[in-house]
Ligand binder design. Structure first.
Ligand code: TRP
Length: 334
């Protein structure tokens, strides 16, 4: 707890360009949570170097992501928006937690197995202990809730296991975090393969709508979106492509799937795709405008980065000192 509010932690990597899926599935919900919780939203750059990155590109993307947090409506006076690398406590706590995590546990992580297969030429130790760093992120702020996608639930589970193990030995040091699985309808799938999640690392640019896509590009991608040959706009499992388009339309307009099906009764896929594309353009337009305004205000963004890193450091250090004392490191001489 901070004051009378529960603490919420989440983070995103600045690798790849953010997609509509990231926005509708995560960022948009983050904004709606910021009144109820004391929120820490990190740009997790330490995590990003588990796969090879171009330094200049990573720096540029990290700044864009932080800017996008604000453009999406996160108020940096209320939410702590910061770079993970500006708070050294993440790495320090991760080291300690590494010593309380079993290789057997890490061997079970499905994301590690996937990533190791994908980056067979660089299966580094950081990729392997990635979940421990994620545990450190969360536990450092004594987070109560963590909004994550399904793909991160296993990492949250190991975080809870590590925290419980540590508390079992040293007493109540860490708050045990809970997953906050957002409202339904927010899981956006690829436009080219409705069985796969829309991903910022997809090689096919037509599979994803990027938050920076201009209106023509958005419409073109929706026109090409994979559907089916049923020629019937229905919300059902057998028509995953159309179902995904309905989900996107609903997330952008606030309508329900039932309303949408009724609205497009008797209409063709072409008309529907057009309408979905336009609803997305309407959501992206103000976001893109705010983003480019913010991007030009260097002093303002710099101020946010500085102030929020200080705030994050304050809370992180509090937890870190407690942990260091528990495990037996000597107290600092003042
Ligand atoms: N691993 C998460 C992802 O790739 C990002 C992340 C890092 C995170 N640390 C976190 C998410 C802590 C929630 C809490 O999506």
């Amino acid at each position: 707890m901070i004051g009378d509010k529960k603490v919420l932690f989440s983070g995103m990597q600045a690798t790849g360009s953010l997609t509509l899926g990231n926005y509708l599935g995560a960022l948009k919900n983050w904004v709606s949570l910021s009144d109820e919780y004391e929120c820490f939203y990190s740009v997790v750059d330490l995590h990003s170097i588990t796969v090879r990155q171009d330094a200049a590109e990573l720096r540029r993307r990290a700044r864009n992501l932080l800017t996008l947090y604000i453009a999406a409506g996160l108020d940096p006076e209320k939410n702590c928006l910061y770079y993970q690398s500006h708070v050294s406590g993440h790495a320090e706590l991760a080291w300690i937690l590494n010593c309380f995590t079993y290789m057997g546990e890490l061997n079970r992580m499905t994301q590690f197995k996937d990533k190791a297969a994908k980056h067979a030429d660089n299966i580094n130790a950081g990729l392997y202990t990635y979940p421990v760093l994620m545990a450190a992120d969360i536990l450092l702020y004594q987070a109560d809730v963590v909004p994550v996608g399904k793909d991160q639930l296993q990492h949250l589970e190991i975080t809870r296991d590590i925290a419980q193990r540590f508390n079992g030995i040293y007493g109540d040091v860490f708050t045990i975090p809970q997953a906050y699985v957002g409202k339904v309808g927010a899981k956006i799938m690829s436009l080219q393969d409705p069985f796969r999640k829309m991903s910022k690392s997809d090689e096919n640019p037509n599979a994803s709508i990027y938050l920076t896509d201009d209106p023509d590009t958005v419409i073109r991608k929706f026109k090409r979106a994979v559907t089916d040959s049923e020629a019937n706009i229905a919300y059902r499992e057998e028509q995953p492509g159309i179902r995904n388009l309905i989900d996107i339309y609903c997330a952008c307009t606030g309508k329900t799937p039932e309303e949408t099906v009724k609205e497009f009764e008797g209409k063709g896929y072409g008309d529907f795709k057009m309408a979905v594309g336009e609803s997305v353009v309407d959501v992206l337009r103000p976001l893109q405008e705010r983003f480019s305004q913010l991007q030009q205000d260097k002093a303002y963004i710099d101020g946010v980065i500085k102030n929020n890193a200080e705030k994050a450091n304050y809370y992180a250090t509090k937890t870190l000192r407690k942990v260091q004392k528990k495990v037996g490191f000597p107290e600092r001489v003042r």
